[in-house]
Design a protein around this ligand. Structure first.
Ligand code: PLP
Length: 451
């Protein structure tokens, strides 16, 4: 362990980590980063195959974004956002509304993904209170959902690993079994199915319609659950169901937004408009924390009244509408416009799919490879025939992660799911080394021959 690592462990408590693991696996100290690569203090490079936790879009130290950030820092870094505004925020909001699914027309700012989810939940509840539906106090979600780590966001999530101990503190949320395409209980396949699994959510919502404010969902991919991909028809049905019962549909596009699934927003695959859309992560291309709740005129109007009616949404965060983050986000959207990003990504996604399928075809421990757009995932199983998962205590994914890091690729498996979610600047060579390293690390872990 070098001095920086020792000091790190003396003073820092890292996120999402059992700190004891760091005893024999100290933090990798990054000195600089460029494009899809990170460089540590020894000069060793790591291909950032997970976009630094799904945030980076156009590479590290991107020239255009760096310039936008520098320019804005010279003008104004941050100003109070109540009664005050600035051009980066205004331009950003205009462009977001232009890009967002139809009907989403007002942009509310927050400063991280969980905060956007909290704001959306409060906004939905508050809307119903102010429109005479005061018995609506609950939210519904599906199993394996993930919406962040703050208490409200944890309440609508369903990953026990993160929430179990906090159960006594959480909101009472209704949960229906969600889609599980790899282990489909209906024996369907993802591409040819009418989502019979939706019946469970339909029944739950119908039974509790008068108590419900909103259903919150991650459109198309439940990322934290292990990149669980489900078909758009599920979302389409959910939109119809929510509309029929006057329940809001909150689309949490924090992970899947900004092109990850091949379209700007994942909702587009189902051609649905939610009542609220939460955005963060790629919004600022991996530079700065910021999030948005984009909503409808109808919801906005329920808060619009004379001050003395006390209908305002009095929710705020100190760094709301941060000018640096807005300037970065504005530049991010300009890059999408100027550089035909989604079109170029389509070719990269096809290449990723072809290479992964070729290399992992018939692998004894790969149960499934699934991909949508620039998100690809290999589900490792103990037995391909029965789809029996590995015992979580073996930490198979973690073992592979450590080997891949030695080999210079930052994969960070979710449980036993190895996934690729690279920055869009990767070229074919980068994709090759990402997939080849995933294979060699997996094989080394299992004691198979490396290729
Ligand atoms: C990451 C994530 C969040 C939480 O965002 P934070 O910025 O980490 O609080 C919420 N929902 C989804 C789908 C996410 O992937």
């Amino acid at each position: 362990m070098n001095d920086l690592q020792k000091k790190d462990l003396r003073f820092i408590w890292h996120p999402c980590s059992q700190m004891k693991d760091y005893e024999d696996f100290p933090p990798i100290i990054i000195e600089r980063a460029r494009g899809a690569y990170l460089f540590d203090t020894d000069g060793k490079s790591y291909l950032d195959a997970v976009s630094s936790w799904w945030v980076n879009l156009f590479g590290h130290a991107n020239e255009r974004i760096n310039r936008a950030l520098r320019d804005q820092a010279e003008r104004a870094e941050h100003v109070i956002f109540a009664n005050f505004s600035h051009e980066p925020a205004i331009d950003l909001a205009e462009e977001i509304v232009r890009l967002a699914p139809e009907g989403l027309s007002k942009v509310f700012f927050a400063d991280n993904g969980s905060a956007a989810v909290e704001a959306a939940l409060k906004m939905s509840f508050h809307y119903h209170q102010q429109t005479g539906r005061t018995r609506r106090t609950k939210f519904a979600a599906i199993t394996d959902a993930y919406h962040g780590e703050t208490l409200g966001a944890l309440s609508v999530g369903d990953l026990d690993l993160y929430s179990r101990i906090y159960k006594p503190l959480l909101l009472d949320t209704l949960k229906a079994p969600g889609p599980d395409c790899y282990r489909c209980p209906f024996g369907k396949t993802r591409d040819a199915c009418d989502a019979p699994c939706f019946d469970a959510l339909e029944r739950l919502v119908a039974d509790h319609a008068r108590e419900l404010c909103a259903v919150i969902i991650e459109p198309l991919v439940q990322c934290a659950a292990g990149m669980k991909i489900y078909p758009p028809v599920y979302l389409k049905k959910l939109r119809g169901l929510c509309s029929a019962h006057g329940i809001h549909l909150i689309a949490d596009e924090i992970a899947v937004g900004f092109g990850r699934t091949g379209k700007m927003f994942a909702c587009e695959h189902a051609q649905v408009s939610p009542d609220m859309m939460c955005l963060s992560k790629g919004l600022t291309a991996g530079y700065l924390p910021m999030s948005l709740v984009v909503t409808t005129d109808e919801i906005y109007s329920a808060f619009y009244a004379d001050y003395t009616e006390l209908k305002a949404f009095l929710h705020s965060h100190s760094y709301t509408g941060n000018a640096l983050a807005c300037a970065v986000a504005r530049e991010t959207l300009a890059i999408f416009r100027d550089e035909a990003v989604l079109e170029k990504n389509a070719a990269k996604a096809a290449y990723l799919s072809a290479r992964t399928c070729e290399l992992f075809n018939g692998h004894p421990y790969v149960g499934e490879y699934r991909q949508t757009g620039m998100i690809g995932a290999l589900e490792l199983v103990a037995d391909r025939a029965t789809k029996e998962p590995f015992d979580w205590k073996k930490r198979v994914g973690y073992g592979i992660y450590r080997i891949a890091l030695e080999e210079g690729v930052l994969l960070r498996p979710l449980g036993n799911v190895i996934y690729f979610m690279p920055p869009y600047v990767v070229g074919e060579k980068d994709i090759d080394s990402m997939v080849e390293t995933a294979l060699s690390a997996t094989n080394r872990y299992f004691g198979l021959s490396p290729k």
